[in-house]
Each structure stands twice: as structure tokens, then as C-alpha cells.
Design a protein around this ligand. Structure first.
Ligand SMILES: Cc1cc2nc3c(=O)[nH]c(=O)nc-3n(C[C@H](O)[C@H](O)[C@H](O)COP(=O)(O)O)c2cc1C
Length: 306
């Protein structure tokens, strides 16, 4: 029972079940904001906790079948209330991830979920199969999170995540390969009805949804009158989007009842508690974790102390 949040019906600091897995904690790091989960190798600060202490899972940076170099700089731009990014899915590719990153995560026993993205629904199955080969023997590998906010080559470049039928097909492809691991579908907030996408993911067999990915945003450099990002628009994240993310999680929970991992603007234990109040099973810390790699661990510790 929490003193600060007496209405909470869950233990915010304890382990919990999601689909076929038991996760050690409800505060996770968000994909793309803590690298491949090995940053802790290089981080120490006097008086600060281990950056992994109390973290329920690290969601690793999205990987694709082939390595990607990403977009031209600048890729991240700080705005007054949040951050804009346009990384372009830079990543090392699934082969290097499986050969170099997975063994180190396993050796250190870091709980992780691998974020994956494909250019066709079937690719989500192929990537999952490769991960199963690399990590199925490791209890700290909990499953996959499907990053569906990327262009679908087969359908003229429209984001996978905006079309319910495609969302369902991607989830089905991954579910066909995962065995006893979790499949989470990460949804974009840039749609009229996120509940419709959540329902489609549930029909495809998703154990839960991760909501939300970044909002479409842009900023202008007043010295030039031009967009700050070379690709004009990017993904908006950070404290400013918390009310939007909360509303999207609330919509999914109210309309579908499916398990949700809430993400968007979490910086403190109070922010996390708001997601739990609307029914989220866990939360992820993204932009705050880039500002301070101890942020998620601090949120986990603060929740445990309430
Ligand atoms: C620099 C940066 C890189 C990101 N990369 C990814 C990514 O590779 N895959 C993904 O699913 N989401 C990615 N995201 C989105 C975050 O995981 C998260 O959904 C979003 O930023 C909202 O949470 P926040 O407000 O706590 O940052 C990225 C966000 C940022 C700021």
C-alpha cells in the first residue's frame, strides 16, 4: 500500500505478469533512449544508484534486418518543453545485435525486450525468429516490441502503424515465432483512433500495447526561417506530451481492456503513477533518460519509497 497514492490497486515497485512473462519491475527504459542497454558499462556517478537498479526491462534501440545509417544531422533538437528527433532508425542490424549485444545483456542478466522494425509484415516474423535463435535460452530476454511507426515499403511508404490490417499482420508474423516470449505492439499517437489499432493488434495476438511513440512535430530556426530538422518534421517527445500519452493510454484501456505499457513524458514517480491510475501495467522513460541516464532508476526508487 502506497501512502502517496492510496488509490493504487497495484504494487508499483513489485514484479508483475504480462502475457506469458513475469517482469521484475514496472519502470522500463523506452526504445532509442538508452541505446542497446549497455550504456551502464560507462556510467557511474558518486552518490547515484546503478542506472539499472529497479528497472523492469530495457527496451533496446529498434533494430532492422540490415544496418541503417539514419538521417543527416541534426537529429535531436531541444525545444522549450520537449525534444524533436529524426534519427531515421540508425542501428547496427539484427546480426550484429544478436552476435555482439545479446551475449553481453545475457551475461549481465539485464532484463530486455528487443524493439524491431521491418519493411514488410513478414519481416517482423523473420527478425523475431533470429532473436529466438540468439536468446531463447536466456531468461532475461522477455520478448519483442514491434516499432510500427515506420514506412511500409510494400504499401507506398505509409506508416505500418496507421493501418489496422497491417498492424494485425505484423503482430501475427511475430507471434508465430515467439514461443513463450511477449509480443508488444508499439502504437503511434498520430491517428484518429488509437483504440482501433490496439484492437487490431489484440486480434493479431499481441500480449499488450506500448503507447505511445512520438507525436509529429516541428520547430523553426528563427535565424534562417527554416525547419530545424533537415527532414522538416520529426518526432516530438518529453514532458510536454504526457497529457496526450495519458489520454491515448486511457482510450485504449477504456475501449479494449488490453494491457498497456504507458510511455510519453514520464520524468517522475508522480508521472508514472498517473499512467498507473488510468490502468497502465508499466511505464517507460524515454527523453528523460537521455537527459539523465539515471532517470528511470530514480523513478523506480521513488515509486518504491512511496
Ligand atoms: C532520440 C529518440 C530516439 C528514439 N528512438 C526510438 C526507436 O528507435 N524506437 C522506438 O520505438 N521509439 C523510439 N523513440 C520513441 C520513444 O521510445 C518514446 O516512445 C517517445 O519518445 C515518448 O516517450 P518520452 O516522452 O518519454 O520520450 C525515440 C525517442 C527519442 C527521443
Amino acid at each position: 500500500m502506497s501512502n502517496r497514492y492510496p488509490w493504487l490497486t497495484i504494487d508499483p515497485a513489485g514484479p508483475f505478469n504480462l502475457g506469458p512473462r513475469t517482469f521484475p519491475g514496472r519502470v522500463w527504459t523506452a526504445s532509442g533512449c538508452f541505446g542497446y542497454g549497455l550504456l551502464g558499462d560507462d556510467i557511474s556517478a558518486p552518490g547515484r544508484a546503478d542506472p539499472f537498479a529497479g528497472i523492469g526491462t530495457v527496451v533496446t534501440k529498434t533494430i532492422t534486418a540490415a544496418p541503417r545509417t539514419g538521417n543527416p544531422p541534426p537529429r535531436v533538437w531541444a525545444t522549450e518543453f520537449g525534444a524533436l528527433n529524426s534519427i531515421g532508425l540508425e542501428n547496427m542490424g539484427v546480426e550484429r545485435f544478436c552476435d555482439e549485444v545479446v551475449p553481453r545483456l545475457v551475461e549481465r542478466g539485464i532484463p530486455f525486450v528487443a524493439s524491431i522494425a521491418g519493411t514488410r509484415p513478414e519481416e517482423f516474423g523473420t527478425l523475431t525468429r533470429r532473436l529466438v535463435v540468439a536468446a531463447a535460452a536466456a531468461p532475461c530476454w522477455h520478448g519483442v516490441e514491434l516499432n510500427l511507426s515506420c514506412p511500409n515499403v510494400a504499401r507506398g511508404g505509409v506508416d505500418f502503424g496507421r493501418d489496422p490490417l497491417t498492424v494485425r499482420a505484423c503482430v501475427e508474423a511475430a507471434r508465430g515465432e515467439t514461443g513463450d516470449r511477449v509480443v508488444l505492439a508499439k502504437l503511434t499517437p498520430n491517428v484518429a483512433s488509437i483504440a482501433e489499432l490496439a484492437r487490431a493488434a489484440g486480434e493479431g495476438g499481441a500480449h499488450g500495447l506500448t503507447a505511445v511513440n512520438t507525436l509529429v512535430g516541428m520547430d523553426i530556426d528563427l535565424r534562417t526561417g527554416r525547419p530545424v530538422l533537415p527532414r522538416r518534421r520529426g518526432g516530438y517527445s518529453g514532458g510536454a506530451i504526457l497529457p496526450v500519452a495519458l489520454a491515448k493510454v486511457d482510450e485504449i484501456v477504456q475501449e479494449t481492456g488490453l494491457p498497456v505499457v504507458g510511455v510519453g513524458g514520464v520524468r517522475t514517480a508522480d508521472d508514472a503513477a498517473k499512467f498507473f491510475a488510468v490502468g497502465a501495467s508499466a511505464v517507460q522513460v524515454g527523453t528523460a533518460q537521455m537527459d539523465d541516464p539515471f532517470a528511470a532508476a530514480d523513478v523506480a526508487r521513488a515509486l518504491a519509497a512511496q
